[in-house]
Structure formats: C-alpha cells, structure tokens
Design a protein around this ligand. Structure first.
Ligand code: KG4
Ligand code: ZN
Length: 342
C-alpha cells in the first residue's frame, strides 16, 4: 500500500488538462500539479464549443500540457504508478485524444491505465481539497450534467434524479446567450447579476408537484429569452440576470432539499454529508442556497475550490488513483464512450 502517483488527463470538452496527484495509503491526497490549457479563445467567436475545433486543439496542446504538469510536479514518467484518462462521457473526438495519449504513456512505460468516467471525476473533486469520507449525497451540476447522486464508495453511485431536458450550466449558458452575454455564459451571468434585484421577473418553477428529484430548465429558458427580448436598460438586464440566477439556484436547492429529507430518512443516526460539484458549483448564489439547505437538514456542506469545480485533470487523476488503490485498472483497448451514465 505505497503511495500512488497518478498522471491524469482530461480532454472531454474544451479544456486540455493534465495533472499529477498523489494518494497515500491513509487516503491523503496531494495535488502535485494541475495544468489547464484553455481553448476559450478558439471557441468564443462561435458562442459555444465547436467539437471539431476542440479535438484539433487537444491534439495541439496535449503534449505540452502534459509535459508542463510533469515538470511542475518535479517528476519523470518513471516516478508514476499509473495513468488515468477521461474515457467519456463527452465530445468523442476530444476524449479519443486524451485517452490515446494516456494509452501511449501507459504502454511505453508499462503503467496501468484507468479509463475514468468524467462524472466520477467531478464526484471526487471535493476530495482533492478536503477529507470527505464516503458515503455522501452529491449534486453534480455542470454544462452537460445535472444530477443528484448517492455516492456510496469508489465507483459506486446511485442516481436519485437528473434533468429531463437541459443541464443547469447549459441553462445558464443558453440564457446568457439570449441576453447577449459572451460564452461561457454562467460566469458572465453571475457577474451581471451582482447588485441586481431578482424580484421584478416572474419565472416559472418546473416540475413542482412531481414526485422524485428530477430537474427541468427548458421552461425557464423560454421565459427568460422572452424577457431578454424586452429589456431595455442596463439596470433591467442586471435585474433579469439576478432573477435567472435566483430561479436556477432555487430549483437546485428545492430538489436537493427533498433529496436530503429522503436520504436522511434512510440513514437514521448516521453522519450526513453533502457535496456540490461541477462548473455551476462555482456560482456563489447556488452555493449559498445549497449551504442553507444542508444546514437545515444537518448535512455537512462541501464544494470544491473554484479551480476544481470546472473541468480539470486533478479530479481525473484522483478518481484513477482511488481505483488503482483497489486494484482496478482497464485494458489498453478501453473504448472512448461519448455516452456513459454513472
Ligand atoms: O464542469 P464544467 O467545467 O464542464 C462540464 O463538464 O460541463 O462546467 C461548465 C459549466 C458551463 O455551463 C458554465 O457556464 C458553468 O459551468 N459555470 C457557471 C459558473 N462557472 C461555470 N455557471 C454559473 N455560475 C458560474 N460562476
Ligand atoms: Zn465537467
């Protein structure tokens, strides 16, 4: 049970990322490096991620980003215990770049390969910076995903609810676009919402009477786009942004509220932990609403530091290291999986 030193690679969307993470026998985690080559400028003119441009950019950057991560960690490939690469879900052209690169390193150095589910990466991301034991209730909110999961252990997740249409980050991005904000819309909308008054706009509350813990953002998106076409002043824009942000935060917290009640009921007397992860976990309004709900239900509250909320390779390295610690690795012909539910 020596410490495991794992190179992680992440290329499933528009960030080319590499990281080296060390996991010791006591479960202590140390991020030795985390390098992110962002493709933001390449996609900005199109108002969203263009898969073909993303795949090409990953090809161009993966070498240098990985070399940088190794250099910052002060290690050579012979110091590694394994390689972890995102194998899906995501844009398949990009996934294949990182996964193939990871396979090449594994083959050349005789290292085990772990084909990591990107969502499992987000699920462990809060563990990069805090000691959060399993099990925990997880709200995973990113550009591609919006799910409530019961995380029981390494690779053992049970899905409690998910979105029936858009993901929360997708809703932020699409609404921001309809308001003329630059891509990526979530952070831009949060900035615009500062000091805004959310009370002036009546936005729909989705799936209110429905059983379970599913999400829906399409009604909100349509209503917000309608308002966006009518706002005239900068103040009105700010208020609309605040109203949209509040509506998304409200839906996330209402669903989490219900899930916490059910989760706690199944675990009388146990310590209850809640984690929010994914790009939308970077939003302060979302965080604070969720923290309130967690406190009300007696759950501990954790969110990853901002740098680990959005896509990064440290979370992939850690997810891989946790699997390696249990003796789990994947064959070198592991396939890229554009769709791969947890
Ligand atoms: O986890 P992530 O980097 O990529 C995916 O796996 O999807 O999440 C990106 C998403 C984007 O939709 C982005 O707009 C959203 O997270 N996001 C935010 C904020 N920062 C990133 N949404 C709201 N407020 C933010 N501060
Ligand atoms: Zn992600």
């Amino acid at each position: 049970n020596t410490p495991l030193t794992v190179l992680g690679l992440e290329t499933s969307c528009d960030e080319t990322a590499a990281s080296v993470v060390r996991l010791d026998a006591n479960g202590r985690v140390e991020v030795l490096s985390s390098v992110i080559g962002t493709q933001f400028a390449a996609h900005a003119p199109y108002g969203g991620v263009v898969p073909e441009i993303a795949a090409r950019a990953h090809v161009e950057m993966i070498d240098s980003v990985t070399a940088q991560a190794m250099k910052e960690a002060g290690l050579t490939y012979s110091d590694l215990s394994g390689v972890a690469a995102t194998a899906g879900p995501g844009l398949v052209g990009g996934v294949m770049v990182g996964l193939s690169f990871g396979k090449a390193v594994a083959l050349a150095r005789g290292l085990p390969l772990v084909a990591v589910n990107h969502l499992e990466g987000h699920a462990v991301s809060a563990r990069l910076a805090a000691d959060i034991p399993y099990p925990f209730l997880l709200l995973l909110v990113s550009g591609g995903h919006c799910q409530l999961l019961s995380v029981e252990g390494v690779g053992a997740c049970r899905r409690l609810g998910s979105t029936i249409d858009d993901a929360a980050g997708e809703a932020f991005d699409k609404i921001a676009k309809s308001m003329g904000l630059p891509y990526p819309g979530g952070p831009a909308l949060e900035k615009l919402a500062e000091g805004g008054d959310p009370s002036g706009y009546e936005l729909p509350r989705a799936l209110l009477g429905r059983k379970g813990f599913d999400f829906s953002f399409s009604g909100l998106k349509t209503a917000a786009a309608r308002f966006a076409a009518t706002v005239a002043t900068e103040e009105e824009r700010r208020d609309l942004a605040a109203a949209v942000q509040a509506a998304i935060a409200r839906q996330l917290s209402e669903r989490t509220d219900k899930a916490m009640a059910a989760y706690a009921q199944e675990r009388p007397g146990q310590s209850l932990r809640f984690v929010v992860a994914g790009g939308v976990a970077a939003n302060r309004a979302v965080r604070s609403r969720l923290q309130e709900v967690a406190e009300r239900h007696g759950f501990s509250f954790d969110a990853p530091p901002l740098a680990y909320c959005t896509d990064n390779a440290a979370m992939i390295a850690l997810a891989g290291a946790e699997r390696l610690a249990l003796g789990i690795s994947d064959p070198l012909d592991a396939a890229a999986r554009p769709r791969w539910p947890l």
